[in-house]
Design a protein around this ligand. Structure first.
Ligand code: VGL
Ligand code: ZN
Length: 214
């Protein structure tokens, strides 16, 4: 049975499209399975939002989250950094590289802000709000607040990392948060997707489908 659209975005809502970049799509350096499948979905509903923010993972060469910066480590190992546990990744989304570019078919010309994150060499940033040290701010909270935004819809890549951390921080900072689940794809390593959803549910993040957006 087709579900009836129920949620109509208004002026106090913003859509945050997380990291729909070549490196997270098939053929990319940190490819998320079927990551490119979110593109037509996002293109279809983004126009219903007056306020849209795009994010880009945007690392300098030699970023601390890259396994290549830790001799003897390999991608997907975990290490302890000054601010806590850090998963090590293949080099990805290097500033200005093709891999860091938004997917060429993503078509959201009315997006007002492209927020780049992860640009501090020694600190990762899954969240679009707070870097991994949990202190450094990206400025997104202030931007949304100044624009009168109260509720955010989050979609993109990857569900269990940048989407989840962004939605969780949105809640922590007092925004209502919904994840458009079918417009996300996950990395899903060692149960990370189920764990992320458990945390999000506990924090009051709602899961919706793109068909729920009127
Ligand atoms: C991401 C791992 C490393 C993401 C970014 O966009 O989910 N994941 N950097
Ligand atoms: Zn990254």
């Amino acid at each position: 049975m087709a579900s009836v659209p129920q949620i109509k975005p208004g002026i106090k809502d913003a859509l945050i499209v997380v990291d729909v970049q070549n490196d997270f799509c098939p053929g990319g350096r940190l490819a998320v399975q079927k990551g490119d499948e979110v593109v037509p979905l996002v293109n279809a509903f983004a126009g219903r939002f007056e306020n849209v923010v795009l994010t880009q993972d945007w690392h300098p060469p030699g970023h601390r989250s890259f396994a290549t910066s830790h001799p003897g480590s390999k991608p997907f190992d975990s290490v302890r950094l000054a601010y806590g546990e850090q998963v090590l990744w293949p080099d990805h989304c290097v500033q200005g590289s093709d891999g860091a570019a938004l997917h060429k078919d993503l078509c959201v010309p009315h997006a007002q802000l492209v927020l780049r994150k992860g640009h501090h060499r020694d600190v990762d940033s899954y969240s679009a709000f707070l870097e991994a040290d949990r202190k450094t701010r990206t400025g997104l909270e202030g931007y949304l607040e100044e624009r009168g935004i109260k509720r955010v819809f989050v979609c993109g890549l990857a569900t269990d990392f940048c989407v989840a951390w962004t939605a969780l921080d949105a809640r922590k900072l007092g925004f209502a948060a919904l994840v458009v689940e079918d417009a996300c794809r996950a990395i899903d390593m060692q149960g990370s997707l189920a764990a992320a959803w458990e945390k999000m549910k506990k924090a009051g993040v709602k899961s919706i489908q793109s068909g729920d957006i009127a």
